[in-house]
Ligand binder design. Structure first.
Ligand code: TYM
Length: 338
């Protein structure tokens, strides 16, 4: 069976960027493929990745809420879909250590996220530096070929591929190498990596950690408030709708959001709006689509109980420990730890 795997950190309430870049594409893939016995789907909460930085609120509550997001986004958990918490599967940390001994300081220091997260700080914890190696372990333990993620994580997928190939070259074919990011994009059914932009500064990605409330839509935003944020989004002075992320990032971001929220091909949305001179009309449409999506999502979320989540985690963690320990043992043997 081929494995499709992804994780979303539970450091706070998630943004529309997380939802459109990772949650929704993964749910669509899971529902498309998990009924057929060729694929299995692993969805996990990388809680060890959470503690590299401050957690907003209570981590345990955030973890349960994040798992509920998957269900509210439409994930149907069946026989081939597994959910688990990373720290409940100790093999992740153990493989991370072994991979640390394969990775180089140079390649890890080149990671853009490491540079961004450490910029301007006097002291940076080692976890931030080691973060992509733990992520590689998350993927390689389950022989995952497909890892649906947003564009900001592409560099980490390439690193995981390099580590797997280097390890295999030295020790034999132990790891399945995930497909390249170009292939990941194809598998996700999009034309390029998804990067939802900050609503006020569309040159940047939408991020949980940006302070200005108007710059991001959170999944617990009141739908009317979210609509107002769209109406106040920064655009440009060209006065004509055109999809061009470099020249018109604000307008292009709105077109992309509209396409993803309404599950319409981006090209169709682009041709519907191309040449429109009243930006307000486009904003009104996107605001309505986002607020409708949020109300339906929040309604479903309210109906999911903690018990339901714990039941799924119990089953998922048994499965994950079995698969991950078997792969870890294989690795330990080839490096002569066993
Ligand atoms: P995290 O928790 O920062 O983000 C979770 C997912 O959301 C995507 N994302 C976005 N996509 C589009 N536009 C945005 N503005 C946006 N912001 C976030 C991210 O690309 C990601 O897919 N290291 C990972 C978690 C992780 C993981 C893994 C993922 C740990 N181990 C193994 C896949 C496989 C992270 O911090 O994502």
């Amino acid at each position: 069976m081929k494995t499709i795997l992804t994780g979303i950190r539970a450091n706070s309430v998630l943004t529309l960027g997380n939802y459109l870049g990772a949650l929704l594409p993964m749910v669509r893939l899971a529902n498309k493929y998990s009924d057929n016995d060729e694929y299995q789907v692993n969805i996990f909460v990388p809680d060890l990745h959470s503690i590299i930085s401050e957690v907003d609120g209570d981590l345990q509550e955030n973890i349960i809420r994040t798992l509920k997001y998957w269900l509210a986004a439409g994930l149907s958990v069946g026989q081939n879909v597994h959910t688990y918490r990373q720290s409940y599967v100790p093999a992740h940390s153990e493989l991370c250590w072994i991979l640390n001994c394969t990775a180089t300081m140079g390649e890890t220091s080149r990671m853009t996220q490491f540079k961004e997260k450490s910029e301007g700080r006097d002291s940076v914890n080692v976890g931030i530096f080691d973060y992509p190696i733990l992520m590689a372990a998350d993927i390689l333990l389950y022989s995952a070929e497909y890892v649906p993620i947003g564009e900001d994580q592409f560099q980490h997928i390439e690193l995981a591929r390099n580590l797997a190939m280097r390890f295999n070259h030295k020790y034999g074919e132990v790891f399945t190498v995930p497909v390249s990011t170009a292939e990941q994009v194809k598998f996700m059914g999009v034309s390029e990596g998804i990067r939802i932009r900050d609503l006020l500064t569309p040159e940047k990605k939408m991020s949980k950690s940006t302070a200005a409330a108007g710059s991001k839509i959170m999944l617990d935003d009141n739908p009317e408030v979210a609509a107002k944020k769209i109406m106040s989004a920064t655009t440009d002075s060209f006065g004509k709708v055109k999809f061009d992320m470099w020249a018109q990032p604000g307008i292009s971001n709105l077109l992309l959001i509209e396409a993803l929220v309404t599950d319409t091909p981006l090209q169709t949305v682009i041709s519907t709006w191309a040449g429109e001179t009243r930006y307000g009309e486009l904003k009104k449409k996107v605001a309505a689509s986002v607020s409708q999506m949020l109300s339906e999502f929040q309604e479903r979320l309210a109906k999911i109980s903690d018990e339901e989540v714990f039941l799924l985690l119990g089953m998922g963690e048994d499965y994950a420990n079995e698969v991950a320990s078997a792969k870890l043992l294989e690795v330990q043997k080839v490096v002569h730890l066993r």
